[in-house]
Design a protein. Structure first.
Length: 135
């Protein structure tokens, strides 16, 4: 009908966020819906365990949705962040596009509380889950 349009889009990996929706035809010209389309981007969905103790190495599994941990140059950084405090993973192994196994060894002098979990790939894409881990 005149009220419906169907279209297929091919989206690059890690293309999440808001996008303008643009359409053009000979009758109406250009029509733009600002920030009219949202694409779910990569996100961290599970951090297990989500609590780590200071002074003890803890193996942690990080799982994501819409992630591509093995693509391109792969994961280059895994860390916990709380304001200016950064705790890098002591080690990590990328299992597949959706899973990373890592170990955190939190110094006993680091602040306790909730930390953001951050995974960064070689393309500069940072996947972050706010307040996901507790120290």
């Amino acid at each position: 009908t005149d009220l419906t349009m169907t279209a297929d889009f091919t989206l690059p990996i890690n293309s999440g966020g808001y996008y303008n929706f643009n359409i053009s035809d000979d009758i109406d010209g250009a029509i733009v819906k600002e920030l009219g389309f949202y694409i779910n981007g990569p996100e961290i969905t599970i951090v297990n365990p989500d609590t780590v103790n200071r002074g003890v190495p803890i193996p942690v599994t990080i799982s994501g949705s819409g992630t591509a941990f093995t693509q391109g140059s792969g994961v280059i950084n895994v860390e916990l962040r709380q304001n200016v405090t950064v705790i890098p993973a002591a080690s990590y192994i990328t299992v597949n596009d959706f899973t990373i196994n890592c170990t955190f060894n939190v110094d006993i002098y680091k602040p306790t509380g909730f930390y953001d979990v951050v995974v960064e790939d070689g393309g500069g894409i940072k996947t972050k889950e706010i307040g996901r881990a507790h120290v």
